[in-house]
Design a protein around this ligand. Structure first.
Ligand code: PLP
Length: 463
């Protein structure tokens, strides 16, 4: 393809995407296809000869989700430039823009100075929060093993709450930790599903007394099930006293850090060794863009650096530059900071703040609707843009309404107009209503609630 063909094709692609945005409301929110549907629509093998772009677009049947136009434009630019910036030398711009953008973001989030690249720390863009937690876990593991000796590996203890995302468990498996010593401490409704400092302290004391080696604590701001906020100040103090690496996972809720009125949810972050948030979740940045900051980048580098002959160059050898390959698992890396840079520049911090505030207001509006209908109950405190609620079961219901709520979920989702998800808290099946799509408006929330009410009425009448 030459430059003129690129111009022609890129215009067609932009038209296609613009039409998609324009008609997005006509698509079912939840895909209505059955497993294996695509194989039936596509040929058995790749075409032997080139096809026209129009042909490909005409046959486009799969659903795709683009997070914001700014993010998409950044992604487009990144694809167009096709930079593989693993070392500074391979793309000084990709490396330096990432450092600058993450320092900008650290400032916008009012993160402690230790997370800035000008000191011993810095930020790096990972593909996902799962990778972010894995790299810090490995750095923390190696740090303690340098002190305690490699023989201590089977005795290392990791702590988090039972509400922590399963990405942490996966990271523990990959890092070779003793699965029994990856302790997901129990939470309940008495602490709104947050990790209790007392429970943590007791577990650490018992483990030390038993000859084990506590080394890592993961707290969450905005747990996946109910957006619970672990008490960072108290947990951070315990981590410090016991010399634990303290990681804070704010994959979803981290975006709210940009609003001064929600910054208090992150108080205590000063005690953290590392902090991550997914810009691709709620920050108008297209997947994939998970931002990780560490206070001591040398710990990451010691665990993840390799220095083969073929990658040696004067800038790296002279310790003059950042080589992000040493802060992540793969060698190659995309120019992801371009999309974050586009988002920051095209929305501005105020634009991003109003995006987050708008979603929180919509969720609060939904919460208000639920609270007014006595057949329903809001079951966990709402801080951000997720509402956890359930339909109350009739008296003497055998399973405490779990089947009823499961049926309500299926019935609502089968309309294709709304997609709600569920979780289980204290043994109860809970419905979750999340506002997160950039195009969601108040009228959509009203419609969703109407569907929920109608389906609940039908279900209750059928009992
Ligand atoms: N941590 C939290 C709190 C999350 O909510 C999620 C995803 O839902 C993750 C981690 C995992 O995110 P990723 O898909 O980026 O690995």
């Amino acid at each position: 393809m030459d430059a003129e063909q690129l111009r022609e094709h890129a215009h067609k692609m932009v038209d296609f995407i613009a039409d998609y945005y324009k008609t997005i409301q006509n698509f079912p929110v939840l895909s209505q296809v059955q497993p294996g549907y695509l194989g039936k629509l596509l040929p058995d093998s790749a075409p032997d000869y080139p096809e026209s772009l129009q042909n490909v677009l005409d046959g486009e049947t799969s659903y795709f989700d683009s997070y914001s136009i700014a993010g998409f434009l950044g992604e487009m630019l990144s694809a167009g430039l096709n930079i593989v910036g693993f070392s500074w030398i391979t793309s000084p711009a990709a490396t330096e823009l990432e450092t600058i953008v993450l320092d900008w973001l650290a400032k916008a989030f009012q993160l402690p100075d230790d997370f800035y690249s000008s000191g011993k720390g810095g930020g790096v863009i990972q593909g996902t929060a799962s990778e972010a937690v894995l790299v810090v876990l490995v750095a923390a593991r190696d740090k303690i093993l340098r002190r305690a000796g490699r023989g201590a590996l089977p005795k290392l203890v990791m702590y988090a709450s039972d509400q922590t995302h399963s990405a942490l468990k996966k990271a523990c498996q990959i890092a070779g930790l003793n699965p029994e010593l990856c302790k997901l401490l129990k939470t309940d409704s008495s602490t709104n599903y947050t990790l209790s400092p007392e429970v943590l302290s007791e577990a650490i004391s018992n483990d030390i007394a038993g000859g084990l080696v506590p080394f890592f604590l993961c707290a969450t701001v905005g747990t996946t099930s109910s957006t619970a906020i672990d008490p960072l100040p108290a947990l951070g103090k315990i981590a410090k006293t016991n010399n634990l690496w303290f990681h804070v996972d704010a994959a979803y809720a981290g975006s709210a850090c940009i609003c001064p009125e929600y910054r208090h949810c992150f108080d205590g972050i000063e005690e953290a060794d590392s902090f991550n948030m997914n810009a691709h979740k709620w920050f108008l940045t297209n997947f994939d863009c998970s931002v990780l900051w560490v206070k001591d980048r040398s710990s990451l580098i010691q665990s993840l650096s390799t220095n083969p002959e073929f990658l040696k160059n004067k800038a790296s050898e002279g310790n003059m530059v950042i080589d992000y390959k040493d802060w992540q698992i793969p060698l190659g890396r995309r120019f992801r900071s371009l999309k974050l840079w586009m988002v920051l520049r095209l929305y501005g911090l105020e634009g991003l703040r109003s995006h987050v505030r708008n979603h929180i207001e919509l969720a609060a509006y939904f919460e208000g609707l639920v609270s007014q209908d006595t057949r329903f109950k809001v079951v966990a405190p709402r801080t951000f843009s997720l509402v956890c609620f359930r339909l109350l079961p009739p008296p003497n219901s055998e399973d405490h309404g779990n089947k009823l709520n499961c049926d309500l979920l299926d019935s609502v989702n089968s309309t294709g107009k709304v997609f709600i998800t569920h979780t289980v808290l204290s043994g109860e099946f809970i419905l979750r209503f999340a506002v997160g799509a950039p195009l969601t408006e108040r009228k959509h929330v009203t419609q969703a609630w109407q569907i929920l009410q109608d389906k609940a009425t039908a279900l209750l009448e059928s009992l």
